[in-house]
Design a protein around this ligand. Sequence first.
Ligand code: F0G
Length: 453
Amino acid sequence: MKTIIEPFRIKVVEPIRMTTPEYRESVLREAGFNVFLINARDVLIDLLTDSGTGAMSSEQWAGIMRADESYAGAESFHRFYDRVAGLTGFEHILPTHQGRASERILFEVMVRKGMVVPNNNHFDTTRANIEHSGGEAVDLVVEEGRIATSRKPFKGNLSVERLERCFAEVGADRIPLVMITVTNNSGGGQPVSLENIRAVRAVCDKHDTPLFLDACRFAENAYMIKQREPDWSDHSVGEIARAMFDLADGATISAKKDGLVNIGGVLLFRNDELAKQARNVLILTEGFPTYGGLAGRDLEAMAQGFEEVLHEDYLHYRLRSVEYLGTRLRDGGVAIVEPPGGHAIYIDAKSFCPHIPPEQFPGQAVVCALYRHAGIRAVEIGHLMFGGSGHTPDMELVRLAIPRRVYTQSHVDYVIEAVLEVHAMRDTIRPLMITEAPPQLRHFTARLREIDD
Ligand code: F0G
């Protein structure tokens, strides 16, 4: 059979409130053309993020009812620990409330003023937490990772050559760790190959420097390795994920992605001393090490989520539906970051709206047009998000992030139709200007208006 079905049945439904274009126009104006300021009830299809927005399974909800809420040594912690240990092989497993809490603790323990942390591409919270600890975050993704049209299979890879150069220029004593983000969210959700992780590991070994994974989307990365890296096609996704973790000294995970939960995170170490220091910070700022800022029920949901995410029929459906969205948009003439990534499709707003220069926010203009036309909420990754500090981003993108197990094929078809209709009338999309904005992270709260208004 060619048709790929959602490998689940729907037991609980949440109604979507239908709205008219006129109503959405007034909502958009009220929100200052910033979709972060729109209420979720006014959104038909919410593609703002794939983080914490997934649907949990009946087994996860059953675990929630079963949970042990004891302060110390709860049964739920042991179930969570055993599952994560089986998946990753790490001995020290610290639960946290979400990914950025793991990052904050890791960098508080390992990064000092004047230090440099290389990564393929740092996610924005990772970069901000490194800077908060006095360090500098540098992005060393391979060249093709910056070229939207390149169709290379592993555009998330970290450039070994640039990493060697970084060690030569900075000196190993100022590089406390190297990170690799799987999949590379800021670079279009592109995967990293095992061959690349191994090569980076070899450079780290040469300089006696630990390697950490930002492993939020480890299962999607592992599945793309299975599909694209010939040596691994006969291995299970679980074996591939384990091979990825085996090459690292530790990892941060936001379980809000491939943990299939709405809240939760993990911080992992092999080294006893680092784990001890991190545990002390955890107790100070998150909670006792057997719950780390979460309820027992959250640990149960994570334990089950980390098991379900490795099911290959789920991953097949997941990756295929993202790819289907990307292929249909491309076939309709919309330029996207190629090839389709794991969790999202990124539309190239510069080619969608060539009449709008970057400083007049082409990405945000497309985001507003999609909301106005079809009630779809996407997110701009371009001049509005990154241009505040005088920095000009390489690309102007609109991310359509797909929540896990939430939307069906007909929702995806609706999104395709909407994007193609907006594309057909793209000449009418108007440029924007900022009317007020905070000094930092301006995209969350800035207000804008259309220039010819
Ligand atoms: N690392 C990566 C690669 C991420 O994509 C995220 C979150 C984090 C770390 C932080 O995790 O949100 O649990 O604190 N990404 C979300 C997104 C917010 O929309 O891409 P968190």
